[in-house]
Design a protein. Sequence first.
Length: 141
Amino acid sequence: MSSEPFQQWIDRAVEDLAVTRLVFAEGYYAHTCFLAQQSIEKVLKGYLLWCCHTYPRVHNLVDLLALCQAQDEDFADFQTDCLIIDQYYIPTRYPDGVPGTLPGGLPGFTEAQEAVTIAVKVQKFVIAKISDRSASTGQIV
């Protein structure tokens, strides 16, 4: 594991995504959605640490994405994805979470599958951005 703070966040995001896939395979769909959210949150914070050397202590993906987008407009492509995943942060963890947050109740197979797909897409994008820019500046990732 790297001693670089940004890389520690990326590594944890990768680990969260691996666990997300295991949980999905076992049929725990609400937990799958929560872990997908965690994976995306950590990879976005890793990106912010990499480019800005700081990140806000928030959990809202749309807010984190806006900060990433301020650094690189390509992040705008994930606006809808982050809106989808943000809805899973509280109600998938607590039985008395914000009432009505998920109109259909807890997420099922389809929502969990979508959450995994989004998490994979965002993670690959961020890691590629860091790798591409690091290669062009001679940094080692």
